[in-house]
Write a protein that binds this ligand. Structure first.
Ligand SMILES: Cc1ncc(C[n+]2csc(CCOP(=O)(O)OP(=O)(O)O)c2C)c(N)n1
Ligand SMILES: [Mg+2]
Length: 630
């Protein structure tokens, strides 16, 4: 067998291969990997590091350049990559490389962010020597039970594809499987190729052909005719149908088709955290967020719905209010999803299909269907009522400290349609889910599958890299800030002009409120200290100046106290040429938007504490409507 070969190290071959992979959907083709984030250690400095250097010095033999960026924390780089891929609707992503041991394990949480949110990231953690000569190498965990596990096996449960490249011959088939998973709309998530440090540097005669440009066509699975007919039969009989738009609608770029479906049928559309903006808030059919942190409008309709049409949703417990939201005893589900795993949930009629394809077919097949006038009127009434609540929350004039709801109101009114608001954890996602008026599918970026504290700052970097013309605004809680601030340094280094809004409430508004409602008295949720006892949560504020800290990372920081000042600062931040943080103190104790639903968080069944006993009784009561749907 003779074919042209090229002698490359495994690391060089990996980079050359990745440069030449493209994605295509709807005729739009792009390089699949926009660049590589990497933090070097002995595991990758001379392998993947050398390959990236060689490419930077002379990209031509590789068929192009692989831009390299130097983040500060491995978890941060994966969060940034996941945010980038989300903003690119999964058609493009980043590569992340790390050294072995701690560097590798720092990426595990980020891998789970990508996998739970169903967005592609390629992780190349280095691994201990395949030859095992120097064992135990620095940072190797030794398992006396077997020599063939390493810390990287921790990636298995959080990756959609995992492999370890122990020999050069294994590389290309594995890279092909990696690409298959990354570009598959149903299977995508974190892909991990563990790269033993010796193998990275080992040379091999790779077939030249393997490095030619390859285009991965991202499928739009059509809807099977029989499944369409079954769905139409169910929807036609529906008196009170409700559609739920999940992230799949946005990933599929199906907003226009969703709007057409809703307009033609009159079916109201609620949204999930990942799906907010799939339908513009001012559409007459848009009824707001559904579930635990949803709007009274959507939740009222969800309570009564006889047919729920889930589109691209994975039905998290927040969407179903821990299986208490859909109270109609005869409720039926019709689920459109690229992934059969999601379509089967709640005993749904399974429409395994791309969201856009299914919406077009359904709109056509339901041409003679329209909700009753009575239902249409009810939709308009609940929508109008919730709109008033939102207006009130946006303009509370809460004293003495502003409420974060007013901050969100100010942002919502000032941000442009193509600007992006980012959040992931704390009390903010719930408030945003209830109140944010999303005008476009790009505007709302809330990572609420893994709800990872520390996502927001690196995500701002990833989103700004993906959408350089948008104003990117990350809302950062003080708890989140203290967990992962360091990518600010990368943002400053890369001259990425993003805006941070730091909500300083000296603790966990979210978990504090949750704790109180479940009888645990806000235990361990306030950054407060007593004069004699540093754990006294009723004491003084811990004297840590996060604004000064942010300044020391290189941010332009604007300290404000009132909403009027906040608005001025936002205008200034928009005009600023460098990354800016607006720092504002807000009230730890709310208020929150009126709650219209429930979330299942278990309460201790026996206790010596009266507040816990009372909360347990309430919990037993609240659990009663909980049910499975079949
Ligand atoms: C990495 C991680 N650890 C723990 C949690 C659990 N958790 C959710 S919200 C929260 C507190 C967030 O505090 P902050 O950022 O100040 O937001 P606030 O609750 O004050 O709005 C915690 C600890 C989490 N979501 N992520
Ligand atoms: Mg806080």
């Amino acid at each position: 067998m003779t074919y042209a070969t090229v002698r490359l190290t495994v690391a060089q071959a990996t980079i050359r291969f990745l440069i030449n992979q493209y994605s295509e959907r709807d005729g739009i083709e792009q390089r699949f990997f926009a660049g590589t984030f990497g933090i070097f250690g002995h595991g990758n400095v001379a392998g993947l590091g050398q390959a990236l250097l060689q490419n930077e010095l002379d990209p031509e033999p590789d068929g192009g350049a692989m831009p390299y960026y130097m983040p500060r924390n491995e978890q941060g780089q994966v969060n940034a990559a996941a945010a980038f891929a989300t903003a690119k609707n999964r058609l493009q992503t980043m590569v992340c490389t790390s050294s072995i041991g701690p560097g590798a394990l720092n990426m595990v949480t980020g891998a789970a962010v990508a996998t739970t949110n169903r967005v592609p990231v390629l992780l190349l953690p280095s691994d201990q020597f395949a030859t095992r000569y120097p064992d135990p190498v620095l940072q190797q965990i030794e398992n006396p039970q077997t020599l063939d596990t390493t810390v990287n096996d921790a990636f298995r449960p959080v990756s959609v594809f995992f492999d370890r490249i122990n020999r050069p011959e294994q590389l290309l088939p594995s890279l092909m499987q990696a690409m298959r998973a990354l570009t598959d709309p149903a299977d995508t998530g974190a892909v991990t190729l563990a790269m033993p440090q010796d193998v990275q540097a080992e040379a091999y005669d790779f077939p030249v052909e393997a490095f030619k440009k390859r285009v991965w066509h991202v499928r739009r699975d059509p809807l099977e005719k029989a499944a369409l007919n079954r769905a139409v039969e169910i929807i036609r009989k529906a008196k009170k149908p409700l559609a739920i738009a999940g992230g799949g609608v946005i990933y599929s770029e199906a907003s226009e088709e969703l709007r057409a479906f809703a307009t033609a049928t009159g079916i109201p559309v609620a949204d999930t955290q990942a799906g907010k903006g799939a339908i513009n808030h001012d559409s007459p059919q848009s009824v707001g967020g559904v579930g635990s942190t949803g709007a009274a409008s959507a939740n009222g309709l969800a309570d009564e719905a006889d047919v729920v049409i889930g589109i691209g949703t994975r039905y998290s417990d927040f969407t179903t209010a821990s299986h208490t939201q859909f109270k109609n005893p005869d409720v039926k589900f019709v689920n459109i999803n690229v992934k059969a795993f999601d379509a089967v949930k709640n005993g749904g009629e399974m429409l395994v299909s791309d969201a856009r394809e299914a919406l077009v077919d359904l709109t056509e097949a339901l041409a003679d269907y329209r909700v009753s006038d009575e239902y249409a009127e009810r939709i308009a009434t609940v929508k109008e009522a919730w709109d008033k609540v939102v207006d009130e929350c946006y303009h509370l004039d809460h004293q003495p400290l502003p409420s974060q709801l007013e901050v969100f109101g100010a942002l919502n009114e000032m941000m442009g349609d193509e600007d992006v608001v980012i959040n992931a954890a704390g009390s903010m996602p719930g408030d945003l889910q209830a109140l944010w008026r999303a005008k476009t599918p790009v505007q709302y970026h809330v990572e609420y599958a893994f709800s990872t504290m520390g996502y927001e700052i690196p995500a701002a970097m990833g989103v700004k890299m993906a959408l350089p013309d948008s104003e990117v605004v990350a809302i950062v809680g003080d708890g989140t800030y203290q967990m992962l601030p360091m990518e600010i340094a990368t943002i400053v280094q890369e001259r990425l002009k993003v805006i941070f809004v730091l909500l300083q409430n000296h603790g966990f508004a979210s978990i504090g409120g949750l704790s109180e409602s479940r009888g645990s008295q806000r235990f361990g949720t306030r950054y407060r200290m007593g004069a004699d006892n540093p754990h006294n949560q009723e004491g003084d504020i811990v004297p840590v100046d996060l604004a000064a800290n942010a300044e020391s990372w290189g941010l332009n920081v604007l300290r404000v106290s009132t909403i009027a000042e906040f608005k001025d600062a936002y205008r200034e931040a928009e005009k600023a040429e460098r990354a800016t943080m607006i720092y504002i103190e807000t009230d730890l104790y709310g208020p929150n938007p009126p709650s219209t639903s429930w979330w299942d968080v278990p309460v201790s069944e026996v206790s010596r504490i009266e507040s816990t006993q009372k909360a347990y009784e309430e919990h037993v009561e609240a659990k009663k409507p909980q049910r499975h749907y079949f």
